[in-house]
Design a protein around this ligand. Structure first.
Ligand SMILES: C[S@@+](CC[C@H](N)C(=O)[O-])C[C@H]1O[C@@H](n2cnc3c(N)ncnc32)[C@H](O)[C@@H]1O
Length: 318
């Protein structure tokens, strides 16, 4: 993430959406990493989860420091406030519910991100700035209208809970949130689904640390092949390994909502990148995904192609 965001110009704006943000671990970690390495960037982050309860907890940014209590959700109503904090701090940690949410952090990172108050670690106030917390469904087509398009979208460890067809629909919906030329981080998803969508939408896998990221969560590879959450080990002889095991992709122009048939391999170098709706300036849609104008752009493109005689002669959209 740091390396990708580092490409931004001095003082640039960066918009990030973290979907299925759960307790906020990714949200605060991403912000901490960017704000410490590039304090000049103006980062806005929208954090979305389908659960109101978890959004309230994440927004509070207070985590229980002691080991997890041996409690389960069924006891929730009868829990003391401290037990609730303990239970919710430990939930969604993966199969090993005794794993601490802080397990991969060292003392200097803990000190930089949190204030310790009694048994709690509270996220420092400067880290909480610029975050909008929202309850929302990543599968909902209207999400684009709420969030707008983003430079970076993070969608980890929730698509695996869906049937492949539903995960594919959801992933395509998530892809529509990414600005052309932006990035999607997506793990914890059926690899066949991710590979299919990545190929069809012409995503470019980011090669940096590809293997390290794939193997980053040992508890997932350990679950393979029998656990439903299990992650196929990195197989370097796999003919598709560059795309199959990538978790980070650069999203191309298909993010505009224009069908792939309108920008085949021979065309894609020639279409100019657009950051806003192709119908601008008349269209007020800030997302760049206005269906009417995407269709409009596609029609104009076909017409221009017909006039030019071949896509090779077409240098830009009229
Ligand atoms: C295992 S946690 C993943 C947390 C985080 N992304 C991570 O990787 O650590 C799964 C989260 O996904 C949320 N979730 C499940 N389906 C969702 C959906 N359709 N839209 C948004 N959030 C969803 C759940 O409420 C839960 O907080």
């Amino acid at each position: 993430m740091g390396r990708l965001v580092d490409q931004k110009a001095l003082g640039a704006r960066v918009s990030i959406a973290v979907l299925a943000c759960s307790k906020g671990a990714e949200v605060y970690s991403i912000l901490w990493s960017i704000r410490t390495s590039r304090p000049d960037l103006i980062v806005t982050l929208q954090a979305v989860d389908i659960s109101q309860e978890i959004i309230d907890f994440a927004k509070e940014g207070a985590y229980f420091l002691k080991g997890p209590a041996s409690l389960n959700a069924l006891d929730y109503l009868g829990m003391t406030e401290e037990e609730k904090l303990s239970w919710i701090t430990c939930r969604d940690q993966g199969l090993d519910q005794s794993a601490s949410i802080f397990q991969r952090m060292d003392k200097s990172e803990m000190d930089a991100m949190f204030d310790r108050v009694g048994d709690q670690a509270k996220v420092k106030s400067w880290l909480k700035e610029g975050i909008t917390w929202r309850v929302g469904d990543a599968s909902a087509p209207e999400l684009i209208h709420t969030l707008g398009t983003q430079d970076v979208v993070v969608a980890n460890r929730f698509l695996c809970h869906m049937e492949p067809a539903a995960a594919e629909r959801c992933l395509r919906n998530i892809a529509s949130l990414v600005k052309p030329g932006g990035y999607i981080f997506v793990s914890g998803v059926d690899l066949d689904v991710r590979t299919k969508v990545a190929k069809e939408l012409d995503w470019k896998p980011v090669p940096d640390s590809l293997r390290e990221i794939h193997e980053g969560d040992f508890s997932l590879t350990e679950g393979w092949p029998l656990g439903w959450w299990g992650l196929e080990p990195f197989w370097e002889d796999h003919p598709d390994w560059r795309i199959r095991y990538a978790s980070v992709f650069r999203v191309g122009e298909t993010g505009l909502g224009i069908p792939r048939m309108f920008h085949g391999d021979d065309l894609k170098l020639r279409r100019p990148r657009r950051e806003s709706c192709p119908g601008a300036p008349e269209c007020a849609d800030p997302t760049g995904l206005c269906n009417n104008h995407s269709r409009f752009a596609a029609t104009r493109y076909r017409r221009a192609w017909a006039l030019a005689g071949s896509p090779q002669k077409l240098t830009s959209l009229p």
